[in-house]
Design a protein around this ligand. Sequence first.
Ligand SMILES: [Zn+2]
Ligand SMILES: [Zn+2]
Length: 152
Amino acid sequence: MELRALVQEKFSEPQKCYGHCDQQSTLKFLDEKVTTTAVYSCPGAYISKVIVYGASVDLDQVLGYVQSLVGKEQDVREEDIRVASRYPWDLGIDTGNQEKVMGAAYWTQNYRRTKSDDPNRVAVFLCGDCRSVFSQPMSSKQTLCGDCSRTG
Ligand SMILES: [Zn+2]
Ligand SMILES: [Zn+2]
């Protein structure tokens, strides 16, 4: 089964938005430019989690990728990223052997060493239109990126 289809089927349960509001976050895939990446975002567009999937997941690579995705303001560090391996029995599928099916790396926004409660701190959001990741103050109600809010 294709990786993305597998993730969609097995790991797309809605989750409560973490650290932002009380609504549900749902899994959305980003454009597959570099790697298979999905984010959990709520109706307010806030990204609670970034997940990078691959046949194997390299921490250094994921770190660089997440840093470039969410921007410098987020201070993403190696210890903020959790890497997990998924085996056939995790997924409830039969691949004919017991070998690892895929790896996943998780970065949770708001998982920070010095927890800031400043409502105006810069956070990352997912544009509801073009699905690009953009930064704005945590308290903002805007759900579109700069480009889309100007043209829309
Ligand atoms: Zn939210
Ligand atoms: Zn946009």
